[in-house]
Design a protein around this ligand. Sequence first.
Ligand SMILES: Nc1ncnc2c1ncn2[C@@H]1O[C@H](COP(=O)(O)OP(=O)(O)OP(=O)(O)O)[C@@H](O)[C@H]1O
Ligand SMILES: [Mg+2]
Length: 387
Amino acid sequence: MGTQAILSNAELLLMNHSPPHAWLEEAQAEASGPASVLTLPNRRSLTTSIRARAQVFVDPRSLALLERIRMVAPSDANVLIAGETGTGKELIARHVHALSRRADAPFVAVNCGAFSETLVESELFGHEKGAFTGAFCAKPGWFEAANGGTLFLDEIGDLPLSMQVKLLRVLQEREVVRLGARKSIPIDVRVVAATNVHLQDAVAAGHFREDLFYRLNVVQLAIPALRERPGDILPLARYFIEDYRGRLGYGSHGIDPRAEHRLQTHSWPGNIRELENVIHQALLVSRQDMLQEGDLQIASFSALCPGGAGMAAPSASPVTQQTLESALRDLFNEAHENLFEHIEDTVIRVAFEFSHRNQIQAARLLGISRNVLRARLIRAREIAALK
Ligand SMILES: Nc1ncnc2c1ncn2[C@@H]1O[C@H](COP(=O)(O)OP(=O)(O)OP(=O)(O)O)[C@@H](O)[C@H]1O
Ligand SMILES: [Mg+2]
C-alpha cells in the first residue's frame, strides 16, 4: 500500500505474542518506503487512557525520533518525554514500553496533575487499611500496579514538591512504603515521564527538583511540534480520515488540493490532537467524497501563531495564546461592565502576585514603568478582587 502500511487485526494479535522487537521489525519490513504507519498492541485494559494506538511517522524528523526510540527502548533507563500538548507523548511512551523487555508486563499511565496533593501520595505509593480517614481497605499504589512494567507519569511538572522528594527516594531505593505501613515493598519499575512545560525552566524557577530532573532525564525524547514535521501532516490527515470514515460508516474520502494546502499551512498549536479533531468534524459536515477547504474548521487564532500565514506572531507559545484568547472570548460573552479596566486590573494583579508583590519585578515583567504599575495597583486595590 504505497509507502505506508497499517497492520491488520490478525497481525495485531500476532504482535501481542511476538517478542517485543519482532512486530516492529515486521512492520518496518512491511513499510516499503521510509515512511511507516505502525499499530501498537491494544493494552487499554491496563491503562487509564483509551487513546494512542497507532503511529504515523513520515517526516524525516519523525523517522529519526522513531529510530532513537528503537535504540533507547530496550534499556531500563528512565525516559523523559518533552513536547507540546497533543504531540503524541503518551503514544510515544507506549511505544517505548512496547519495544522494551517489559512489553508483556503492565503499562500504567497516570496524570500527576489530576490528583490533589493529599491523594497523589496514596495513589502513587498505596496505603494500608486505616492509614487515613476513609482508608477502609489496603490498596496498592501505581508503583506496585506497574511492577515489572512501565509507569508513565504524565504532566510530571505538576507533581507537588513534597511528592517529588518521595518519588526521588523511591527511584533511588527501588522500594515503596505504603502509607501507614512499616514494611517496604521492592519494586522493579521503569519510569517514563512526560512534560509539556520546559522542565529545566521549572528547575531554574525552583518548582521542580533538580535531582529528580536528572533521575528522570536519563534519556530525553524531544517530540517535535507538528509544524516542525510538516511531512507528517497529510499522512496523518489521511490516517484520521480512514479511521473516522470507518467508525462513521462513510464511503471513501479524499482531500481536495486546496484543503490539503490549508492543512499544510496551518500552524497546528494543538498539534496532532487538533488535526484529528479537524478531520473528524470535517467528515461530519462534508457533503462530497473529497474534503473541501470549507469543511475544515480551523480556529482563526491560528493566523496569529508562529508558522501560520499572515499576521506577526505573538511572543507567547501557541497554546498559551490560544488559552488567553479563549478566556477573553468567554469574558466578552459574559458582557462585563468596564471590561477593559477589569482585564487590565487582572493582568496587573496577577503579575504583581507572580512577582511576589515586588513592584520593580512586576513592572519589568509587563514591560511598563513602575509609575504606571503603581497607579494601576492603586486603582485595582479599590476593587473587590484585591481585598
Ligand atoms: N504519530 C502518531 N500517529 C497517529 N496518531 C497519533 C500520533 N501521535 C499522536 N497521535 C494521536 O494524537 C492524539 C494525541 O496524542 P497523545 O495523547 O499521545 O498526545 P500528548 O502529547 O500526550 O498530549 P497531551 O500533552 O495533551 O497529553 C491521540 O489521539 C493520538 O492517538
Ligand atoms: Mg498526554
